[in-house]
Each structure stands twice: as C-alpha cells, then as structure tokens.
Design a protein around this ligand. Structure first.
Ligand code: IMP
Length: 264
C-alpha cells in the first residue's frame, strides 16, 4: 500500500511530485531515493526526510522523500474534502468517493453517529480495498431527548430539506425552556486493520427564529456558547475553529501526522 514518492522543490520551478522517483533524471536524486528505499524499515518514516543539494545545472534544490499513504474520505462533498485537504500532512494522498468510482449511496442504517461513521468507512474498505475515514454529524437537543441526533439530515423527511428540518425543530421547541444543544461529529478511520474514532463537539443553544445566511443545515438556529451570533452569522473561519467538525478533523490529522511506521 505504501509507495515511496518524492517532492522536489527547485527555486523558480514548479513543485515536482514524482511517483516514480527512481526514474528521476537527477543522479543525486536517484542516489538519495535509492538510499532511502534501501534503508532498514525501522529507520524509514512516512514523513521521510528533507535533503538539500545542488542540481546538475547548479541550482539549489530540496527534496522530501516519504511514503505516500492513500486514504479515502467517504464523501462526495467537495467542501468537506477541501476542509480536510489543507490540514493534512503531505504524505497523505486524499481521495474522495468520486475519485474511486463509488457512486452508490452508502447505507447509513446505524442507531448512533459512531455506528454510521463506522458503517460508511467499513463499506469502502470492504468494497474498494482502500483505507478510509468517514464522518457523521448530528444536532443533539437536550429538551428533545437527544433528537434529531443521528436523524438530523432526515428530521422532517427523506428529502433532507434544511428549511423543513429547522421549521420542525423550532416547532418542537416552542414551549421548551431548556434550549441547550450541541453538534457532534464522529470520524471513523480504518487503517491497516485498526479502527479509530475521533469526536468533536460544540455546545450551544437553539434560538427562537432563524438568523443569518451562511453555512448550511441547522446553522441559522444554532448559537454556540460565548457568542451572540448563530453559526450562520459567524465567519466560516470561526465556525471551523470552534466547531464540531473542525475539532474532530484536527484530532484525525494529529493521529495521521504521528503515524510513521512503514508497512509495505
Ligand atoms: P452529515 O453527517 O455531515 O451529512 O450531517 C448530517 C446532517 O446534520 C446534515 O444534513 C445537517 O442537517 C446537519 N449538520 C451537519 N453538520 C452541520 C453543521 O455544521 N451545521 C449545521 N447543520 C449540520
């Protein structure tokens, strides 16, 4: 699964990513890569090393050699892919469901966010043979015994309409004095025969009417604690910093950054 790649940076030239480093035209690059490939397994790390040298035509260059790890994020949503991509270390090659040709809807039949995230990630591993992580998010409202929770997307019906979901939520909350709620994201990762779960939460309250135009889902009715604006009124950078998904993603990224034992 692991594959050695290098990234070569030469000033004034585009960053070059070789997936067949042994074929590089630079003898110094070939030597460094060969040395790296032949080094004992326990001395290699996925994050590899960065080496400086002078090229054939006397330019200063830097190469990073590392083991490329391909992981699928079980989503078709380009916004989610983008959100994760810029946080990932460079030895991770992130693929979406579209990239691996998975067009069918993955069954989400679990009773909890954890179960659904695991089901989705497992489905990809089983049917496509790639390591994978998947996320599932829900809005948990205390006065509604945790609803809509795992059913957040389909709260008001199978067409997953955000306005209808919010209308139902506000109606259910009409006479409820306790407005406390939280978003929770669970990410399940299946990698090298092991499974891990990463969780992110943000506490807040359900306000009485929609406010704000940004975001999606229940953002216009959710006000995080210590803020006087809803998620739909706050800049995305703030939502990512304090929000459920951002927190879970950062835990996943920390975990992936610290994996450095190579398996081939
Ligand atoms: P998913 O698991 O990310 O698809 O989220 C399930 C449902 O939870 C979505 O369809 C939304 O209704 C809701 N949801 C998830 N994340 C957010 C968010 O960041 N803001 C508001 N609603 C969200």
């Amino acid at each position: 699964m692991a594959k050695t790649v290098i990234i070569m940076a030469i000033p004034n030239r585009k960053l070059i990513k070789y997936s067949r480093p042994k074929k590089s035209k630079e003898p110094k690059v070939r030597n460094l890569v060969t040395k790296y490939i032949n080094s004992p397994k326990d001395k290699k790390t996925r994050t590899g090393g960065t080496f400086s040298f002078t090229t054939n035509n006397f330019q200063k260059a830097k190469i990073s050699i590392f083991e490329l790890m391909r992981i699928v994020f079980a989503t078709h949503n380009p916004n989610k892919i983008r959100e994760v991509l810029h946080l990932l270390p460079k030895h991770i090659d992130l693929l979406s469901l579209t990239d691996i040709g998975c067009v069918e809807e993955i069954p989400e039949t679990g009773q909890t966010l954890e179960e659904n995230a695991l089901l989705k990630a497992q489905y990809v591993v089983r049917n496509y043979g790639h390591p994978c992580f998947a996320d599932d998010t829900g809005l948990i409202v205390d006065a509604l015994d945790g609803a809509p929770g795992v059913y957040s997307a389909r709260y008001a019906g199978t067409n997953k309409n955000a306005d209808a979901n919010m209308a139902k939520l506000l109606s259910e909350m009409k006479k409820k004095p306790n407005r406390s709620a939280r978003f929770k994201t669970v990410i399940a990762l299946f990698l090298e025969g092991e499974q891990q779960l990463f969780t992110g939460k943000v506490e807040g309250e359900i306000i009485h009417e929609k406010k704000g135009e940004q975001g999606f889902g229940y953002d216009p009715v959710f006000k995080p604690v210590n803020f006087d604006k809803t998620f739909a009124e706050l800049p995305l950078s703030v939502k990512n910093k304090i929000g459920h998904r951002g927190k879970a993603i950062r835990k996943l990224v920390d975990y992936l950054k610290n994996i450095d034992n190579t398996t081939e």
